[in-house]
Design a protein around this ligand. Structure first.
Ligand code: NAD
Length: 295
């Protein structure tokens, strides 16, 4: 069993760290918000007064933070106290450039690193069924494997440093566009007098089928249980979808790749969110599409 530092004990980080404790690891945790530390204590995480205290004695440090700027600031604190040969696992969703900077800074300090964003949401974090998309050396991935096994069900090494974040934003940009397409198809079908159930039966088994229909159908009472059946309570908050599609647009601009569907999807989610609470599930955009003016 390992001594693991865990920095960022929010909606995702706390249940992930709690699963490490349940598996018998000694987890030293830090979060910038004192209330969060109380929840961490309840989960038998040893709480620390600063990020560097959580990293000092750790063989492995996991970070689960809001953005690249914050991850970089936390590195300023923890890299000087981490021993050479230890491993840094950044599970946050951050921009590809910040992820590459993280790897360069860790390598300079003799520390192994992987960028390791997740899919599966808060429910997956609690159940230990997350999917990890990983960028980093094979050696670092091997060292991370037993710890990731505790927190998730699937690990995919996507390539060298930054590849995990790249895969995450490509996947979520695709999801953003398919959900809008599905919302448009159901909205048009409704105007044309189709029953949603009949349209679902066709689309879920035809060439238009995709995860946004088959698993996460945005029409209440149609298909498997989804946030649509719970007034679009997340699920996956629209604010997070906007975060991820913005990261995709930043990366596309940096490498000069046209992504017109991704660009338009981001603009539509922003318009949708202007009228709705930020934590509404992203699939709720169907309600906005149904009422949108035809331009
Ligand atoms: P969150 O806001 O609930 O948690 C982030 C935590 O980081 C907060 O508790 C905050 O206090 C803490 N924090 C901020 N700055 C800090 C600092 N300098 N030092 C220590 N702690 C600090 O967010 P979350 O939902 O847990 O998401 C975490 C990451 O996971 C994000 O990058 C997000 O994009 C990604 N993600 C979230 C989901 C989801 O469904 N929530 C799904 C996949 C990926």
């Amino acid at each position: 069993m390992a001594v693991i530092g865990f920095i960022g004990l929010g909606n995702m980080g706390l249940p992930m760290a709690a699963n490490l404790v349940k598996a018998g690891h000694e987890v030293l945790g830090f979060d910038a918000v004192p209330d969060v530390l109380q929840h961490a204590k309840d989960a038998k995480i040893i709480t620390c007064a600063a990020a560097k205290d959580a990293a000092d004695e750790a063989e492995i440090v996991v970070t689960m933070l809001p953005n690249g700027e914050i991850v970089n600031a936390v590195l300023d604190e923890i890299l000087p106290v981490m021993d050479p040969g230890t491993l840094l696992i950044d599970c946050s969703t951050i921009d590809v450039q910040s992820a590459k900077t993280l790897h360069a800074r860790a390598a300079e300090a003799g520390i192994m690193s992987i960028d390791c964003p997740v899919s599966g949401g808060i429910a997956g974090a609690a159940a230990g069924t997350l999917t990890f998309m990983i960028g980093g050396s094979e050696e670092a991935c091997k060292k991370a494997e037993p710890v990731l096994d505790v927190m998730g069900a699937r690990q995919v090494r996507c390539g060298d440093g930054g590849a995990g974040q790249a895969a995450k934003i490509c996947n979520n940009m695709l999801l953003a566009t398919t959900m809008i397409g599905v919302g448009e198809a159901f909205s048009l079908g409704k105007k044309l007098g189709l029953e949603a159930e009949a349209l679902y039966d066709v689309m879920s088994t035809s060439s238009g089928s995709c995860w946004s229909i088959n698993t996460y159908c945005p029409v209440p009472g149609v298909g498997p249980q989804s946030p649509a059946d719970n007034d679009f309570k997340p699920g996956f908050a629209t604010s997070l979808m906007i975060k991820d599609t913005t990261l995709a647009q930043t990366a596309a601009a940096e490498c000069g790749q046209a992504t017109p569907m991704g660009y338009n999807a981001l603009e539509l989610y922003k318009q949708f969110l202007a009228d709705e609470p930020a934590d509404l599930d992203f699939s709720g955009i169907i309600t906005w599409l149904e009422n949108a003016e035809r331009g």
